[in-house]
Design a protein around this ligand. Structure first.
Ligand code: ZN
Length: 184
């Protein structure tokens, strides 16, 4: 099932999401639906709050970029109850977008390396280090679980300039090729 994407202006995107336990009903289906929803919207990552569920899950799939960036091979995963243990390395600036902020792209400064502990789709505990674009995608999605969006990580002046566009998004006054909704 494809969910509509919850857009900026919806309070759920500003909440700290809660952890789930292994018995969470319909977890398998939910993960499948999250992947399906992400593909439909042509995204590389999707966090549960973006489909209206305030729980600590996000999915990623960067494998379509494998030709340009071989490190993206196998980067298709579900992260359940993730915890960033450490942000390492230098930071770098890269242009980012977000399915909940349609048509906005901004330069965002992030760490190049992240150590993360999480449960996979079978609720097995994992701890891994990711670098480069993978580290960026993970940090972006992880932020969603804490109610943070990439526009919070750009200079305030830059953010001010986006006010009109943000206002339009919060009224769903934006033309996007996937279903969006404002969740009051
Ligand atoms: Zn996002």
């Amino acid at each position: 099932m494809v969910y509509p994407i919850v857009v900026y202006g919806s309070p759920i995107l500003r909440q700290v999401a809660r952890e789930i336990d292994p018995g969470y009903p319909g977890l398998k289906q939910l993960l499948a639906d999250m992947f399906e929803t992400m593909y439909k919207a042509d995204g590389m990552g999707l966090a549960a709050p973006q489909i209206g569920k305030s729980i600590r899950i996000f999915v990623v799939d960067g494998t379509s970029l494998e030709d340009e960036d071989p490190s993206m091979k196998d980067f298709k995963k579900a992260f359940i109850n993730p915890k960033i243990i450490q942000l390492e390395g230098d930071t770098s600036i890269m242009n980012e977008g977000c399915l909940s902020l349609p048509k906005l792209r901004e330069d965002v400064d992030r760490h190049n390396k992240v150590r993360i502990r999480y449960c996979d789709e079978n609720f097995s505990s994992c701890e891994e280090v990711y670098e480069g674009l993978k580290a960026r995608v993970i940090q972006h999605e992880y932020d969603h679980l804490d109610g943070v969006m990439f526009i919070d990580r750009i200079p305030p002046l830059r953010r001010k300039l986006l006010k009109g566009k943000l206002n339009d998004i919060s009224k769903c006054k934006v033309d996007v090729p996937y279903k969006i909704k404002l969740l009051k």
